[in-house]
Design a protein around this ligand. Structure first.
Ligand SMILES: [Zn+2]
Length: 168
């Protein structure tokens, strides 16, 4: 046995040194081969572990345990994890870049629309439809009880609804 291992209370610990000259070592438990799958499951698959990647799983495990060929075993375990292989996005996918969207359209050519639930009004309106002009940020709000396209188009064409001007 080399000086990097210590037997305490019937358990074998490995000493980890950041610097043998200046620092005291930390101790990690040496794990028999038969417990390695349970440890890897706990530190990779368990709900609080979150299926971290190879490096993070290895870093977490080696803070507490030692077993031969740790990195290779963690690497093999993570690479064989079905959930990681099927659910995680590939890190090689290109990242979308931020860019300015050219504003080369005229007011009211391009509108966004959203429907929101609201508290019931005295007139029993409980929904609003919101239109927003993408060029000017001009906002149109129309309350309604139950959405009916014909009713809304009539109201929109007659402009018999609330106009709100938003300030960007
Ligand atoms: Zn996984």
């Amino acid at each position: 046995m080399t000086s990097d291992f210590v037997l305490a209370n019937g358990l074998l610990f490995k000493l980890l040194w950041k610097c043998k000259v200046t620092d005291d070592p930390s101790m990690v438990l040496c794990v028999p081969e038969e417990y390695v799958p349970q440890i890897l499951y706990h530190y990779h698959d368990y709900i609080m572990s979150g299926h971290q990647g190879i490096v993070r799983t290895y870093s977490t495990v080696r803070e507490k345990f030692f077993f031969p060929n740790m990195f290779e075993k963690v690497q093999q375990y993570v690479r064989s994890c079905h959930l990681c292989q099927t659910m995680k996005a590939s890190p090689k996918l290109p990242v979308a870049s931020f860019s300015h969207i050219p504003v080369n359209f005229t007011p009211f050519d391009h509108m966004s629309m959203d429907i929101k639930d609201m508290p019931m009004s005295f007139s029993h309106y409980h929904k609003i439809i919101i239109f927003n002009c993408l060029a000017t940020q001009y906002t149109v709000v129309c309350p309604f009880v139950q959405f009916q396209l014909r009713q809304f188009l009539t109201a929109f064409s007659q402009r018999s609804f609330v106009f709100l001007e938003s300030h960007p």
